[in-house]
Design a protein around this ligand. Structure first.
Ligand SMILES: CC(C)=CCC/C(C)=C/CC/C(C)=C/COP(=O)(O)OP(=O)(O)O
Length: 261
């Protein structure tokens, strides 16, 4: 939103968009937990979720999910535009959770599109339209999602195998996953550099994209090397690096337009 406004947008608009977006993401997550409660019960990673422990009933969760969807849609309708948020919920719940997740190794590649919507939501809230820059941010999150998620599914491969969810990190060998992670990490960094000419980014962003991107790529190469050498691949290093990388990059995206260089 700061990049779209090329400065600080109206604080109320930021607040309204973050509230609406959070309610929408919460709705999507609640639908996901409702639909996946059978498999969540069989994975240690997810076995403490409230639908599995019985803290929340399936009917209660479904009511909660629909309520959040309705409230977020009306809220965003009043203050910005609800269409992209509805699209994001639809993508996560129907396209990813109901159709792709249990069927294909490429589930997270296409399902990850749900997580790309928030940049469009924020941008359009400020400008009322979309241009190349928000689509580059969209592509950035799209390319980042697989090398973020595959290391996690590599770590929990036995749990994904047990519930027959074909996450690529669980179905392929360490070196095959490592190679995919490297390719997507490089593509993510290349995409982040595209923002420099397209959105006239300055020094802070350029340096951040190169340094943090270099670190992300380095960690992905180390994962591959450890896997090829037959050692413990330590995938969570890349998982955590991916989160820190994207956080720092978006901080740089927010700070850069506020500076004169
Ligand atoms: C505004 C809005 C609605 C944004 C949506 C953002 C969002 C929820 C993105 C999720 C992306 C994704 C595919 C996660 C994996 O789910 P999973 O089911 O594999 O994860 P799990 O196993 O932990 O449940």
């Amino acid at each position: 939103m700061i990049l779209a406004a090329r400065g600080l947008p109206d604080l109320w608009l930021i607040f309204a968009t973050v509230i609406g977006g959070s309610l929408s993401a919460g709705s999507a997550a609640a639908f996901n937990m409702y639909l996946d409660r059978d498999i969540d019960a069989h994975m240690q990673r997810t076995e403490n979720r409230p639908l599995v422990t019985g803290e929340v009933s399936p009917r209660g969760a479904l009511t909660f999910a629909w309520t959040l969807a309705a409230v977020s849609t009306v809220w965003l309708w009043i203050f910005t535009n609800p269409l992209l948020s509805v699209g994001a919920i639809f993508f996560y719940v129907v396209v990813y959770t109901m159709i792709l997740k249990r069927r294909t190794e490429q589930n997270i590649v296409w399902g990850g599109i749900a997580g790309c919507f928030p940049v469009l939501i924020g941008w359009s809230a400020v400008t009322g339209s979309l241009s190349w820059a928000p689509f580059i941010l969209f592509a950035l999150v799209f390319l980042w999602t697989p090398p973020h998620y595959w290391p996690l599914s590599m770590k929990y491969a036995d749990q994904y195998d047990e519930v027959d969810v074909p996450m690529l990190g669980a179905t392929r060998s360490g070196s095959q996953v490592g190679l995919q992670v490297i390719l997507y990490a490089w593509a993510t960094v290349a995409c982040s550099l595209l923002l420099i000419p397209v959105a006239s980014m300055g020094l802070v962003y350029t340096a951040s994209a190169l340094v943090f991107g270099g670190w992300f790529v380095y960690e992905s190469h180390r994962l591959y090397s450890r896997a090829v050498q037959g050692g413990e691949p330590r995938p969570m290093r890349v998982f955590h690096a991916s989160i820190t990388y994207l956080t720092l990059l978006f901080v740089a995206i927010a700070v850069d337009p506020l500076l004169p260089f």
